[in-house]
Design a protein around this ligand. Sequence first.
Ligand SMILES: Nc1ncnc2c1ncn2[C@@H]1O[C@H](COP(=O)(O)OP(=O)(O)OP(=O)(O)O)[C@@H](O)[C@H]1O
Ligand SMILES: [Mg+2]
Length: 397
Amino acid sequence: MPVLVEPDTNWASALTVALPAGTQVVSNAGQLDTWLTEQSNEYVALLGPSTDLDTALAIGESLRATHPAVGVVIVRTDPTSDVFQSAMQVGATAVTRADDLDGITAAVDRSRQTWEAIRGPVGHGGVRDGKVITVFSPKGGVGKTTVAVNLAIALSNRGTSKVCLVDLDLAFGDVAITLQVIPDHTIVEAVEAEEHLDFSLLETLMTRHEHLSILAAPTHPEAKARISPSFVRRVLQILREQFDYIVVDTTPAFDDHVLAAFEETDECILIATLDVPTVKNVKVAVETLDNLGVVQSQRHLLLNRADDEVGLTCQVVEGLLKMKVATALPTALAVATATNNGRPIVLSQPDHPVSKALIGLADQLRPAGAARTSSGTRPDAHAEEPAKRGVFSRLRK
Ligand SMILES: Nc1ncnc2c1ncn2[C@@H]1O[C@H](COP(=O)(O)OP(=O)(O)OP(=O)(O)O)[C@@H](O)[C@H]1O
Ligand SMILES: [Mg+2]
């Protein structure tokens, strides 16, 4: 996969449009070095326009010695003939204009071809072993999509972890609209290929939002009927090989697709609010999870709108559900406003109490020993306990 060195988020967003899903964004040479040390299939490093030319050339020169199979693409707003000459001297693969997205895509593709000629096909090694996090509630409108989107952004930690957000609300999914992106393709376009599904097909269906890769829900509700539960499982298994975290947004019901997702789920975020019908339904959901053998340590109760003065309290909910609240989010107009503006609150107001709570939840979900969000370094996805895989698989043991 490509890795882009670009500290400026606006440039990073603009350039990743030209790059394949799963592209990693890092801010500086140190992060690039750490990233390349941990990866086995990065075939090109792009040095974005915010990195000054001397630094970009120094990185290029150093990569020639340390990672000779990794292509180096220097991206400049205004590449002069001097830039081309210096780039050639340090052995860069290409110099492209920052606004030439087709040129960037072509340069990346050439680097992939060179890498594959030397090392074999990219990205089918099945090694990353990411964590599937399913956001669920048996009630509609309680904040599942809001939490899934913001949690995915928090987990990506400005691109230091690879995150894919999967919209499994297959009839009425609204992840794309929440992020104000218009998907060119959706998950349903891969159903015919279920037998030989692989990441190279899935990545062509993804939509990019800053550091996130999104697998959008079909645009028409009737397409849901064409998607089988086994296909959902296969998609999640493939994504697990390519991303550090796969965040799954769901429908408000244990339908066959959600049950299939639970087969691959490592962590479940269960959302409740302070109203009796929701708490009653969440209690039934908890009992269902109990019957399915979902262990308590993999369930995280999130109380949304936790400050609503409606007679029920957090303590009463904990007592009824026999579960501690892991995260409580207050009601805040800023949440809905941020969503309506297409900049979810974790992005637009990272210091807001709702954002802080969700960033804290993201930190809890990182594997033990991994770096926390505030450190800005990449968590170690491989430190995860392999035994904690799939809530149903435990039933079969
Ligand atoms: N803590 C909060 N404070 C204020 N508004 C919130 C909060 N959480 C969610 N909302 C708003 O509530 C509405 C419903 O949220 P959301 O779409 O995330 O729910 P959902 O559970 O995904 O719904 P559905 O079941 O229809 O998919 C949205 O307008 C969202 O902005
Ligand atoms: Mg929703």
